[in-house]
Design a binder for this molecule. Structure first.
Ligand code: SAH
Ligand code: DHB
Ligand code: MG
Length: 237
């Protein structure tokens, strides 16, 4: 969390964000042994607190169902929490590939995925995402119906370019952490992740046939947001 958000979390606004998150979570997200166990295992292993929130996981799940996704690609697995949410939306025979460069993260993700009964559905590929993406392309595993970008943000422009290459008209592309407590509006920001995300938005804006929006979010992960885009017939591939 950025400093400005830590300040907010301590004051009334941040507390309300968390309490509303909890209120909606209690009503809309039924207890789920596998997802709950995944979060416990991620916390117990002291992995970064970067999993999507339960309400955000459900958003990804709903987007996968709305787009009737059969093949999903995720860049940035961590402990597999978002992957489990999305894979739960797949019809039988559906597949999800998730890319992770940290062997410890990948190992914990695989355990969580096996516990969720999704070992045959989710393929966690270990390696730098840019290498894995080239391999996936070469192996002819595209197109994907839904692509979730949530790894090292300085590479967001390259990940978006790959997402376009690995998609078809109608494919949905979602990017996490595109607001970062408002940091995104600072054109002179020194953080490579912010710079990467700004360049990604410019790329989105300059890609014909790509129709996009961004949703600002508050909640237990502070103030951040998602970009959501759908690929059109005239997008470059
Ligand atoms: N999508 C996950 C959270 C991902 S956190 C969820 O919501 O449950 C970001 C992950 O991206 C981390 O596990 C990090 O190790 C991984 N990552 C960072 N840079 C990467 C790269 N170049 N290639 C592959 N994975 C990367
Ligand atoms: C953070 C949160 C994320 O969702 C992520 O993908 C990376 C970092 C964070 O809070 O720092
Ligand atoms: Mg994220």
């Amino acid at each position: 969390m950025h400093t400005s958000e830590q300040a907010k979390a301590a004051d009334g606004v941040g507390r309300t964000w968390n309490e509303v998150d909890q209120y909606l979570d209690d009503l809309l997200i039924p207890p789920d042994p596998a997802l709950d166990a995944a979060l416990d295992a991620i916390a117990a292993a002291d992995l970064p607190r970067q999993s999507v929130s339960p309400l955000q996981g459900k958003l990804l799940h709903l987007l996968a169902r709305l787009s009737r996704a059969r093949k999903i690609l995720e860049i940035g697995t961590l402990g597999g929490y978002s992957a489990i949410w999305m894979a739960r939306a797949l019809p039988s025979g559906g597949r999800l590939i998730s890319l992770e460069r940290n062997p410890r993260h990948a190992a914990i993700a695989r355990e969580n995925i096996a516990r969720a009964g999704l070992a045959d559905v989710i393929d966690v590929q270990l390696g730098r995402a840019l290498d894995s993406l080239a391999l996936i392309h070469a192996q002819g595993l595209a197109p994907f119906d839904l692509i979730f970008i949530d790894a090292d943000k300085q590479n967001n422009p390259a990940y978006l370019a790959w997402a376009l290459k690995l998609s078809e008209p109608g494919s949905v592309i979602v990017v996490d952490n595109v607001v970062r407590g408002g940091g995104i509006i600072d054109a002179a920001h020194a953080h490579p992740g912010i710079r990467g995300t700004r360049r990604m938005f410019e790329l989105i804006a300059n890609t014909p046939g790509l129709s996009a929006t961004a949703v600002q979010t508050v909640g237990r992960k502070g103030y951040d947001g998602f970009a959501i885009a759908i690929v059109g017939a005239d997008a470059p591939r």
